[in-house]
Each structure stands twice: as structure tokens, then as C-alpha cells.
Write a protein that binds this ligand. Structure first.
Ligand SMILES: N[C@@H](CCC(=O)N[C@@H](CS)C(=O)NCC(=O)O)C(=O)O
Length: 199
């Protein structure tokens, strides 16, 4: 299998962590994409051209959630068999976490523009959104509702917090949201986190 990724995409990071957590490192070749470039190799397989994109024979799997599920099934490992089924609490939390990750990714995108082209309005929206999400997540952590790896939503949250940390968007978040920070520190110890850190 081939997995296309970019260094700083939190969604691609989820997939790369999924490769490691599922023990499929020797089966999956990771390749760099060239996001938004006309020569992006992902375009040979996927008209959408985004990462992550997993090429498995004739199949092209996109969307971090689907890539994770495919890897979990391909691994055949009981450790990876996390199906939320009709666990609506888990599904509800996953939605909030993916929205948080999306917000951080939007913020990063906006910051990549030249300073005079950045939208203060959009950045303020993301500052507010992530602040609200951090409070929600702190509460989830304090209520012991945040699972550890390898649940999909735990990988997603760790990737989002990792990107937020990398860009120092909320430099003091660890002291402000201490239970969430303790949860994150536990996940940070995983090899799958260390080997996929943003660069
Ligand atoms: N909902 C998608 C989001 C994927 C996504 O937004 N990928 C971004 C990088 S963070 C991308 O490839 N952007 C390049 C583009 O839009 O062409 C997922 O869960 O995988």
C-alpha cells in the first residue's frame, strides 16, 4: 500500500499514526504529496488531491477516518478493532474533535498567507473556536471520557493538539487545561506520535 501525506497535515498524521499503531509499517510505503501543485502525485489516483490518500490495489481511500478503518481491518489486529457502532457518546465526541482539528488546520492555512493578506476575521473565528473546544475537551478529560490510543478520535485529538502546539497558538494551554494536557502527555509518549511529529 502507498500512503500519501504532507509533513504538517494533522489528517495525514492521523493516518500515519494509524499505520504504526496497526503494525503495518512494513506494508505501507509513505510518500510525500505536493499539495495544491499541478504535479502533485496524489492526482494520479485522486481527483480531490488531498492527503491522506491511501492507495491499496485498485482502491484509493481518502478521509482520515476511512483510512484508519481500512488499516484497522487490514491489520486483523484485535488491538485496532475500535468500532464505535451505535456508541453515540463516542460519535458525538469524535465530531467535536474533528471540528477542532479542522479549525486548527484552517488557522494554519490562514497564517501561511502573507501577513497583509491574512483575514483577521477568520483568524479570530478560529481563536474563539479552539478556545471553546479546549474548554470542552478539558471537561471531557476531567470526566475520564477521552480514550487513549488507538481509538480514532484519540489519534485525531493528539494530531490537532500537536499541530496547535507546533504553531504555539495557545502557548499556555498546558497550564490552563491541565487534565487535557496530562492526557496529551500520555499519548505523546507513543512511538506513533514521536515518529510523525510535524516538521
Ligand atoms: N476531511 C479530510 C481533510 C483532509 C485535508 O483537509 N487535507 C489537507 C491537508 S490538512 C489537504 O490535503 N489539503 C490540500 C488541498 O486542499 O489541496 C480528512 O479527514 O482526511
Amino acid at each position: 500500500m502507498k500512503l500519501y501525506y504532507s509533513h504538517n497535515s494533522p489528517f495525514a498524521r492521523i493516518a500515519r499514526m494509524g499505520v504504526r499503531e496497526s503494525g503495518l509499517v512494513s506494508t505501507v510505503t509513505e510518500l510525500l504529496a505536493a499539495n495544491r501543485q499541478p504535479d502533485n502525485p496524489v492526482l494520479q489516483f485522486s481527483p480531490v488531491g488531498r492527503v491522506p490518500a491511501l492507495v491499496a490495489g485498485d482502491l484509493v481511500i481518502t478521509e482520515a477516518r476511512h483510512v484508519f478503518d481500512y488499516l484497522a481491518e487490514a491489520s486483523g489486529s484485535a488491538y485496532m478493532q475500535f468500532h464505535d457502532g451505535n456508541d453515540w457518546m463516542a460519535i458525538s465526541q469524535e465530531g467535536q474533535i474533528l471540528g477542532f482539528v479542522d479549525g486548527i488546520a484552517n488557522w494554519v492555512r490562514e497564517n501561511r498567507r502573507e501577513p497583509d493578506k491574512r483575514s483577521k476575521f477568520l483568524i479570530d473565528v478560529e481563536i474563539d473556536r479552539s478556545g471553546r473546544c479546549l474548554s470542552y475537551l478539558e471537561n471531557e478529560a476531567a470526566s475520564l471520557r477521552l480514550p487513549d490510543f488507538p481509538a480514532f478520535r484519540s489519534l485525531a485529538l493528539a494530531a490537532g493538539l500537536g499541530l496547535m502546539d507546533f504553531h504555539r497558538f495557545f502557548p499556555d494551554w498546558r497550564s490552563e487545561y491541565q487534565t487535557l494536557s496530562t492526557w496529551f502527555e500520555r499519548q505523546e509518549g507513543r512511538a506513533s506520535m514521536k515518529e510523525t511529529a510535524p516538521a
